[in-house]
Design a protein. Structure first.
Length: 289
């Protein structure tokens, strides 16, 4: 199967190219632009290719009943207090856009509804992410695709039938399909990295891995299995308040992830068994015949 490549900004994602590493800030900023900037700095310092946020139009994504539910948080006592507290508006995103340009790193967002796509489009982002929760939303898939930019699609909590349908709606051109398990953090026995091989056999688009595990081993193994992109949640401190913090990487963990992911293709080599020049003195020293 001839495998397609996808260009995002000045990066090409596909076989034979460096893994595209996305640092998912998501909602770990807890409503603070300053905290978001600290995570952008972490992503830049460790060598990530992009940072990602999440954007929702609260009154569209959630019902009134859902918003009214009791849910104590640092923002108040209802789910609505929480959701509105975590949502950045235009002024915050202008600041984020300016800061990312200043720092020389791409940014984009997972948009959970059509109005959010229009909102983020104002910033001329290089691509869009569609969260696992939105994989079955055909209207959102079509609307996001209509912007003419690459689409990154996560597949957590989705069956193969649902995934095939979503891919048929979007098309495989300019698509990166991410294996994902939507638990935070994910358990080892539910990580199922060989799904990456399954996706590579069935789909011609680049395949990625969106990980929610503790540590970095599954993400590195995903690249060894053929993932062209890795996305991980990041944080300044895993003990911070918030539902995604425990499945996130702090700066040291992200540094080791980027280092090991970049080294993986070198470690795998080309599969041809040879005697290296560095081994010749050892042959002379240790072999009798």
């Amino acid at each position: 199967m001839e495998r397609k490549c996808v260009k995002i900004g000045n990066k090409i994602i596909g076989d034979g190219y460096p893994c595209f590493i996305v640092a998912e800030i998501g909602i770990n900023h807890n409503g603070s632009v300053n905290l978001a900037k600290k995570m952008i700095d972490i992503a830049v310092t460790t060598g990530c290719d992009a940072v990602k946020f999440q954007k929702r139009t609260i009154d569209i994504v959630y019902t009134k009943e859902e918003l009214a539910k009791e849910r104590p948080s640092v923002f108040g006592n209802t789910n609505e207090d929480l959701k509105r507290g975590l949502e950045f508006g235009e002024q915050e995103y202008k600041e984020i856009d300016s800061y990312c340009r200043q720092q020389g790193i791409m940014w984009f967002a997972s948009c959970w509804d059509e109005l959010s796509v229009d909102f983020i489009e104002k910033f001329d982002v290089p691509c869009y992410k569609i969260a696992s929760a939105s994989l079955t939303d055909d209207n959102l898939l079509k609307y996001t695709k209509s912007k003419g930019k690459p689409v990154l699609l996560s597949t957590g909590m989705s069956s193969m039938e649902q995934i095939r349908h979503a891919v048929s709606v979007i098309g495989e051109d300019n698509l990166i399909l991410y294996h994902c398990t939507s638990t935070y953090p994910s358990n080892a026995n539910e990580t199922n990295l060989r799904v990456i091989e399954t996706f590579r056999k069935e789909f011609s688009c680049p395949i990625g891995y969106s990980g929610h595990e503790r540590g970095i081993t599954p993400s590195v193994l995903a690249v060894a299995l053929g993932a062209n992109s890795v996305e991980r949640h990041i944080t300044t401190d895993r003990t911070n308040w918030g539902s995604d913090q425990a499945a996130s990487l702090e700066m040291a963990g992200l540094y080791h992830l980027v280092r090991d992911v970049r080294q993986t293709p070198v470690l795998l080599g080309d599969g041809k068994k040879v005697v290296y020049q560095s081994e010749l003195p050892i042959i002379k020293k240790l072999r009798r015949r």
